[in-house]
Design a protein around this ligand. Structure first.
Ligand code: SAM
Length: 291
């Protein structure tokens, strides 16, 4: 069912006797053309599998289902989930789940494409979860705040450069797509939005990426310190830190923001090779990591 227009969204919310909830970042898309354009960026083929994050009233869902794919849509709001289950009750290949996406277990089976007009209050944790589960995600199409796209795409020495930019650069290719004005939503948010497309193309295990992410994040935590000092804090040992900095051949007085993604990976691989992960000072997952 087409739902992406102001009158329809207002009518359905009134029928359901619910407001748009700020706490869940509910700003519903009210432009059919925009909804259709976003979904077309997934470049879907029949029988592919798609995961939709926060389908809401189904603005994107309609266009995804039209492509004859298998869809799993994960919505945290119970009333919206029930509305969507009723809307798609006759569609066999559509599964609507009432769950917090951040708690969703990704199955290890088929490759999936992921899409969502993200609830902005949890953009970063959602991106982290996707990155850490990316061994079976092929393409990602998300709507985020325009400002956030700058962080995703930032390169070393730019103000927005951080752990997320480093990881994304190491595991695939991303690009900012078209912008979406705040007038295309009900209720209207304060910020402008932009579409971001990312193609994962790496051979790392999820555990490897998880560990790498923790390592890079820990180095960015001490942003104002030199990289050798940050690494010393992370490894708990000055000599070992200096040794790694020498091996990757960078100046020890550089800071986290000056270091390119490939060098972060080299440093991390040396940490693995020299079996230093067991002494790092930041929290680690219980599982063993492998490449
Ligand atoms: N896709 C719809 C659209 O484009 O109109 C809704 C987008 S709205 C910006 C974000 C949606 O994500 C809302 O439906 C909200 O209830 C849902 N949401 C918020 N937090 C969530 C979470 N942790 N897990 C799953 N869905 C969530």
């Amino acid at each position: 069912m087409k739902i992406a227009n102001r009158d329809k969204v207002r009518e359905v919310l009134t029928d359901l006797q619910i407001p748009a909830l700020k706490k869940f970042g509910q700003n519903f898309l009210i432009d059919e053309q925009v909804a259709s354009n976003i979904v077309s960026l997934l470049e879907l083929k029949a029988n592919e599998s798609v995961v939709e994050i926060g389908p809401g009233l189904g603005a994107l869902t309609h266009y995804i289902v039209n492509e004859g794919v298998n869809l799993k849509a994960v919505e945290i709001d119970r009333t919206l989930t029930e509305f969507l289950i009723n809307t798609y009750e006759s569609s066999e290949n559509v599964e609507i789940i009432n769950e917090d996406f951040l708690k969703l277990e990704f199955s290890n089976g088929k490759k999936v494409k992921v899409i969502g007009n993200l609830p902005y209050y949890i953009t970063t944790p959602i991106m982290e979860k996707l990155i850490k589960n990316s061994d079976h995600i092929t393409r990602l199409v998300v709507m985020v705040q325009s400002e956030v796209v700058k962080r995703f795409n930032a390169v070393a020495n730019e103000a927005e450069y951080g752990a997320l930019s480093v990881l994304l650069s190491l595991i695939g290719e991303g690009r900012g797509e078209f912008k979406v004005s705040n007038t295309n939503f009900f209720p209207r948010p304060n910020v402008a939005s932009q579409i971001y497309v990312f193609d994962f193309n790496h051979n790392f295990s999820n555990d490897y990426i998880d560990e790498l992410f923790r390592f890079v994040t820990a180095l960015f935590t001490n942003k104002r310190k030199s990289i050798v000092k940050s690494l010393e804090i992370v490894l708990g040992n000055r000599r070992k830190a200096k040794n790694i900095i020498d091996k990757v051949n960078i100046e020890s007085n550089l800071r986290a923001e000056n270091i390119i993604p490939e060098t972060y990976k080299q440093m991390f691989d040396l940490v693995l090779e020299e079996d230093l992960l067991k002494t790092v000072t930041y929290p680690r997952p219980k599982k063993r990591n492998k490449k």
